[in-house]
Design a protein around this ligand. Sequence first.
Ligand SMILES: [Zn+2]
Ligand SMILES: [Zn+2]
Ligand SMILES: [Zn+2]
Length: 166
Amino acid sequence: MSKIQHKTVVEEVLQSVFSEFGQRDSAPRRALLEALSQLATSQEGFTAHELQQRLLKSGATVGRATIFRTIRQLMDKGVLDCIDFADRTRLYRVCGGRILDTYKHHHHMACNVCHRIVDFQFCFPKDRLNRIGEKEGFLIQGHSLTLYGICSKCQTTTTKRNSHCG
Ligand SMILES: [Zn+2]
Ligand SMILES: [Zn+2]
Ligand SMILES: [Zn+2]
């Protein structure tokens, strides 16, 4: 799937989310749409604050409440994935999610140093997870899995910095 198609689908979902809000076609709404479409194309992770700053730079003032409401809605729709780091940084990422035909069940690998996020498609067999649940009387409805570590780029710099530590 090309980036253009991806962008269009994300835009469609965003439009429907905004309609649910009952928001008129306003400048902040258009700015949000543009910013999130760009983030869908670049696939970079972003904080709520970074999204707000990006909008400010484009000349649109969007309040924190609106930013968080939009993020919440997009997560509910499966458009945004969320990755929490041990340093309390919370990054969102437009992974396309369950709305795209090409969507593949995936998990994330996250760098603790630079917060880079990479997808991978390994997962545990479903029946295995269900059996684990059954043992404790649980009906399993979902799961999450994120691997945290240090990316190759940061390993080079970290090794240099910590070389005296052995
Ligand atoms: Zn994802
Ligand atoms: Zn890194
Ligand atoms: Zn999985």
